[in-house]
Design a protein around this ligand. Structure first.
Ligand code: ADP
Ligand code: ZN
Ligand code: ZN
Length: 739
């Protein structure tokens, strides 16, 4: 029998996860050792026995075989949460292409060296009777400090260390002496830095309507019969999905299990968190990017210790170390933010389903505009589909949607960014003191700067993109941050006829102020929210009625609930449509539907105006009628025809290098390698290689190719082949991206 070796990580809580050690697996343990196992191993010169986790198994010795020690034993009856997460990491490594270390760092909370906030208390270590006798003794000897402390302790039993030092003025030396004489005890209590202050009130659960109850019941019935699968709640905005999650969560908690709720970072507002706190009290915790590393670690520790049962957070909350996880909820499951942009480039939905399978838990996805992939699986029966078709709140009505053809506006002599209909509605809503959101999916002042004489658009010197003009007289690259002054003459031909084209948020702000001087206007985009907390400030100001009109990018289209907003205008709905991405139609539909969902969240009549040059485009038409099924039908048949996901798996192979020729030759060799592998014949379709959509960023060249295949395993195999073959090539990076 071949010898097998295990990679073992020692002291996982402290390790930086950068180093594993190789051990032999002895014959008697051969069947028992697997990835995620907890093992005991001899360690260091003294061969002291330490415990660790197996992170990988191979049949190759990494160094002199004779020097490799053997695993000592295995801790069998312990299903440690770390083991479970390590297994998940191993799966992610294979699925998404990363090293085991990168995968481990993604799933295991690593303790950062942060100062612990610690509170110490002093208590008596002797009976009060004894203390009184001692007090008499100290009085005789005139030990003033000891007298002060002891008499206080006889009254109070427990006094914070700080108070003893600063208010009773007792020196650390005295305290130490008393502790040594076993008169007092110093108790350490670690205070977890709680993420949310607990000044919330509790609210009762709402009475679910028929559709909501039916969804909850389906889930609960399955759950009680130990059927754990994936569910999709397809419910229009405001249909009460969140209330349904809460009912499901309540059921899972009652069985003594824990719950993870994923919400896109952008929708993780105070409002949202408070809804959970009011229902579930301080058994809830949350993480978000605003927490420090220490605060984050603390919240994860609390989950591990069983101090909390619900974790609310963005993508990374998926790895909360709950020991008995019963449910993962993913709200707004279609959101792009659920896909990681760093290696391993995982999708939270897939990983959630995997994690749930590993611990016999369920997954609930929710969205008003499910991703095509998810809906496809729901229709095929892989996920259970539940629909909420009505707004939940008594008396709230769906908005009226107008689609305006901007070509006609132009023909009628209207050159402004506001169509007649939109201008009319803005005036009307302002008169009634109702609020307005204007949405354009491009920041900056104008889209790009170009010359009318020679047609040249001004590009970033480091990237293959045009520069965006900003209000303050400069042009900025939105990819690398390069900035330069707006030129007065064309750098190519010298013509003075140089100007900005297209509109962005800044220009909309200027034009809105000109057109409606009586209105107060605020803007929210990446440029106004780069400072910590500024996004909350803008949103809460708007919610408090401090502005009439909020202008912004897709940031404002999502998740926020403003009851006084009765008009939403999508100024240029075509921007995302023309984005040259195979998912452009899906993104446009989602964006417009979500934006429209912001209008009329209350009993007042809401209006939505969609301005476009493509009024007949199906994603715009179906968004206007809020007809998801129709949109899905058209989009799905189009994808089927072209064999795009979900009808195939699509893998992008991206090669980047500062050396253009190197990138070019490597991508060609990759292409040849894949095409010549007999194993894949007839199974795959290769598109490319070619320049990536943006062929250069920050002076690094980018080349890619696409592979379409029916089987997931083929993607993984191809990835492994390429990785193995090119792993020693210097000066290039090869990235894989699935679907
Ligand atoms: P979604 O998550 O689908 O957008 P929410 O759960 O946020 O919807 O519900 C929208 C609004 O309707 C919220 O203010 C919520 O409190 C209210 N709501 C939801 N369900 C009910 C119900 N059964 N009865 C009364 N109000 C409800
Ligand atoms: Zn020119
Ligand atoms: Zn650039």
């Amino acid at each position: 029998m071949a010898i097998l070796y295990a990679d073992v990580i020692i002291d996982i809580a402290l390790a930086t996860l950068d180093k594993t050690f190789q051990y032999k697996i002895p014959d008697e343990l051969m069947d028992k050792v697997s990835v995620g196992c907890r093992v005991r191993v001899p360690f260091g010169n003294g061969n002291s026995i330490r415990s660790g986790y197996v992170t990988g198994i191979s049949n190759k010795a990494e160094y002199d075989e004779g020097l490799i020690k053997s695993i000592f034993g295995i801790q069998e009856n312990e299903e440690a949460i770390e083991g479970q997460l390590i297994k998940l990491a191993a799966w992610m490594k294979d699925r998404y292409g990363s090293t085991m270390i990168q995968a481990l760092k993604t799933v295991i909370p690593v303790k950062k060296k942060v100062k612990q906030v610690e509170k110490k208390y002093i208590t008596l270590n002797i009976s009060p009777e004894e203390a009184k006798k001692l007090l008499a003794l100290y009085t005789k000897k005139n030990h003033k400090a000891k007298i002060r402390l002891l008499s206080q302790l006889i009254d109070d039993k427990e006094i914070p260390y700080d108070i003893v030092v600063h208010k009773l003025n007792i020196s650390a030396a005295t305290i130490k002496a008393l502790e040594k004489d076993t008169v007092i005890c110093i108790n350490h209590e670690r205070i977890y830095r709680t993420a949310v202050k607990s000044d919330y009130g509790r609210t009762e659960a709402v009475l679910l309507n028929e559709q909501q109850q039916a969804s909850a019941d389906t889930f609960i019935r399955d759950y009680d019969e130990d059927r754990h699968g994936t569910y999709l709640i397809h419910g229009i905005t405001g249909s009460g999905k969140t209330e349904v999650y809460m009912e499901m969560i309540r059921h899972v908690l009652n069985q003594g299990r824990q719950v993870i709720v994923l919400i896109p970072e952008i929708a993780l507002t105070y409002q949202t968190i408070m809804r959970f706190y009011r229902q579930f009290g301080d058994r809830v915790s949350m993480i978000n990017s605003r927490l420090s590393a220490g605060e984050r670690y603390d919240q994860l520790e609390r989950a591990k210790n069983g101090d909390i049962d619900i974790m609310v957070g963005p993508r990374s909350a998926l790895f909360t170390p709950f020991k008995n996880l019963g449910l993962i909820v993913i709200d707004e499951e279609h959101e792009g933010a659920y896909k990681s942009e760093t290696t391993p480039r995982y999708h939270a939905r897939e990983v959630a389903i995997k994690r749930a399978q590993m611990c016999n838990a369920s997954v609930v996805l929710g969205s008003a505009t499910p991703s095509v992939d998810t809906y496809y699986r729901a229709l095929s029966g892989e996920y259970k589909l539940m629909s909420l078709t009505k707004r939940a709140k008594e008396g709230s009505i769906l908005p009226i949607v107008d689609v305006v053809d901007m070509r006609k506006e132009l023909l009628n002599g209207n050159r402004s960014i506001f169509s007649d209909r939109l201008r009319e509605l803005i005036t009307e809503k302002l008169e009634r003191h109702e609020q307005i959101m204007l949405f354009i999916n491009r920041r900056g002042y104008s889209g790009f700067v170009s010359c009318r004489a020679c047609g040249q658009a001004i590009k970033c010197p480091h990237c293959d993109v045009t520069l965006t003009a900003h209000n303050y007289g400069r042009m900025v690259c939105h990819y690398c941050g390069f900035e330069q002054k707006l030129p007065k003459i064309c750098p190519a031909c010298g013509s003075k006829n140089i100007a900005g084209f297209g509109i962005g948020t800044e220009k909309v702000e200027t034009l809105t102020k000109q057109e409606f001087p009586e209105a107060s206007v605020i803007r929210m985009d990446l440029d106004t929210t780069s400072k910590k907390g500024s996004q909350e400030k803008i949103l809460s100001d708007f919610a408090d009625g401090k502005a009439d009109i909020l202008i912004g990018t897709q940031m404002i289209a999502k998740g926020h609930d403003f009851p006084n907003v009765t008009l939403v205008g999508a100024l240029a709905a075509d921007i995302s449509l023309n984005s040259n991405d195979i998912f452009a139609a899906e993104k446009t539909f989602q964006l417009l539907t979500q934006a429209a969902g912001r209008a009329g969240r209350s009993s007042k009549q809401g209006n939505v105006v969609i301005q476009t040059y493509n009024p007949d485009n199906f994603s715009i038409r179906t968004a206007a009628t809020q007809n998801y099924e129709k949109f899905y039908e058209e989009e799905a048949s189009f994808r089927k025809l072209l064999r795009y996901p979900p009808y195939s798996h699509l893998m992008t192979v991206l090669v980047t290098s500062p050396d253009y020729n190197l990138a070019d030759s490597i991508i060609s060799r990759i292409s040849t390698t894949i095409k010549s592998e007999a194993d894949y014949a007839g199974e795959i379709e290769v598109i490319g290689p070619s320049d990536a959509l943006i062929s250069r960023i920050n002076d690094v060249f980018r080349k890619n190719l696409f592979i379409k295949t029916k089987r997931v395993q083929t993607m993984t195999d191809i990835k492994n082949t390429i990785e193995e073959k090119f792993k020693d090539t210097k000066n290039i990076i090869i990235l894989f991206d699935m679907n």
